[in-house]
Design a protein around this ligand. Structure first.
Ligand code: ATP
Ligand code: MG
Length: 179
């Protein structure tokens, strides 16, 4: 699914001369090849919704990153062992990070970021000058929709950002282990 979504956005990335890449990593954080993904894990979910989710996040990353920046999408499987009443249980999570080298988000905006119709003031713009980064239009719905989709899949969405340096959205889903 991510391969498809990233492929779909390559044209937009190329227009802005942004390098858009997808990495699949294992627990050791080393790259693995897509062929190994069969039997890696199963995420039961709604295909169209998940396409919408990652299209919104990658679309934002491209929109809020000036020309010649980078957008990196990373998919990882995290595994953990936890104990309940002396018994060991293993659990796994699928984690997708969408990172960009864009304009960043001021910390005071973070609490409202996933609210419907919320947009960081587009007039905050030393940014748009000379950067071919048009942030003036948008409905402020993309992240509200993204969050609803994540919650529909029992997942979590978090954001880390550094103003003027870039932003990372982290989406985590519980998955069932194939064995
Ligand atoms: P649309 O509904 O068309 O997606 P939008 O992009 O303005 O409009 P959201 O996707 O919900 O709305 O994002 C809300 C706000 O969060 C944006 O207006 C922008 O200010 C900020 N934002 C979202 N993603 C990023 C990002 N990767 N880098 C910097 N700011 C971001
Ligand atoms: Mg958006």
């Amino acid at each position: 699914l991510l391969i498809e979504v990233v492929e779909e956005q390559q044209l937009l990335a190329a227009e802005k001369q942004i390098t858009l890449s997808l990495h699949l990593v294992d627990a050791q954080n080393s790259d693995i090849s897509p062929e190994l993904l069969d039997n890696w894990f199963t995420l039961a979910g709604n295909w169209d919704q998940l396409v919408r989710l990652f299209t919104n996040l990658i679309g934002n990353a491209l929109k809020y990153t000036p020309a010649s920046g980078r957008v990196n999408v990373e998919l990882a499987r995290l595994e953990g062992i936890h104990r309940v009443s002396g018994l060991r249980y293993s659990s796994a999570q699928l984690q997708v990070k969408v990172s960009d080298t864009g304009i960043g988000i001021p910390s005071e905006a973070l609490p409202r970021l996933f609210d419907r119709f919320y947009r960081v003031d587009p007039a905050r713009t030393h940014i748009t000058e000379n950067t071919a980064c048009d942030i003036s239009t948008g409905s402020g719905l993309g992240l509200a929709i993204a969050q609803a989709i994540v919650e529909h899949h029992q997942g979590q969405i978090q954001v880390e950002s550094s103003l003027g340096k870039g932003t990372t959205f982290i989406v985590t889903f519980p998955v069932s282990l194939e064995s």
